[in-house]
Design a protein around this ligand. Structure first.
Ligand SMILES: Nc1ncnc2c1ncn2[C@@H]1O[C@H](COP(=O)(O)OP(=O)(O)O)[C@@H](O)[C@H]1O
Ligand SMILES: [Mg+2]
Length: 236
């Protein structure tokens, strides 16, 4: 018997119902999903299928109506708002479609910023930010502002910011949605490198061509998983 890598995500019977007045809408209708350490998983599905709802729950930005969710072995459904925020900061590195970089700050300061809120001491903060930017291939752009960088480079800065806290997983929501095809390749190439280095990556996208670059593809439709399996990349 070989030891399995520890589970990062363990979700069972996950349901999410939105209520507005008398009207209820079930956006997730019973999702079972596990992701183990080091996996590179894409969650794909058409608009309205429940991807953002799932992302918000995986990212501890929202909670389930019923079912269970464990992140890094912690039962997230039982946590208070404050504890949830702590888990979020410690375990998840977010990458968004809009890079969410502050235009007036250099790449280095942008990557440092979450660590300012995380009360990491200044010298360590700076070292970690510089190391993360080096990791994404931007060591020669530390002092550039976002406006001086290409879209692909800006998203690399955002990935560096996600990595700097050494999270349990990278959670990327449509990370290539604002990028041209060259920059899309650039960012997906970076994800390949991070995966090869053992990072756990969950990539949410409505684009099949982007999803198939992951090693495993989970397809969501109408709040349910309709397929889940290895991609061609996994065999390559
Ligand atoms: N806050 C909300 N209140 C009511 N319905 C919502 C809310 N957010 C999302 N929905 C509905 O839930 C479904 C799934 O939405 P979403 O998770 O955003 O899907 P996707 O990201 O795949 O486009 C959609 O039908 C959407 O209209
Ligand atoms: Mg969405």
């Amino acid at each position: 018997m070989s030891a399995l890598p520890p589970p990062v995500i363990e979700m069972a019977g996950a349901r999410k119902t939105y209520r507005s007045g008398q009207i209820e809408f079930e956006a997730l209708s019973g999702i079972d999903l596990s992701v183990t350490e080091g996996e590179y998983v894409a969650i794909v599905g058409p608009s309205g299928s429940g991807k953002s709802t799932l992302m918000n729950i995986l990212g501890c930005l929202d909670v389930l109506t019923s079912g269970s969710y464990r992140l890094g072995g912690e039962d997230v459904e039982r946590l208070s708002e404050v504890a949830l925020a702590r888990v979020r900061n410690r375990q998840i590195g977010f990458v968004f479609q809009q890079f969410h970089l502050l235009p007036s700050l250099s790449a280095l300061r942008n990557v440092e910023l979450p660590m300012v809120y995380g009360r990491v001491e200044k010298t360590e903060r700076r070292e970690r930010a510089a190391a993360a930017l080096e990791r994404v291939g931007l060591s020669d752009r530390l002092n550039n502002r976002p406006g001086e960088l290409s879209g692909g480079q800006q998203q690399r800065v955002a990935v560096a910011r996600a990595l700097a806290g050494d999270p349990t997983m990278i959670l990327a929501d449509e990370p290539t949605g604002n990028l041209d095809s060259a920059s899309t390749d650039d960012v997906l190439g970076l994800f390949d490198e991070l995966h090869a280095a053992g990072r756990t990556i969950v990539l949410i996208t409505h684009e099949h061509d982007v999803a198939r670059r992951a090693r495993r593809m989970v397809t969501v439709r109408d709040g349910l998983i309709v397929s889940d399996g290895a991609t061609q990349e996994a065999a390559a």
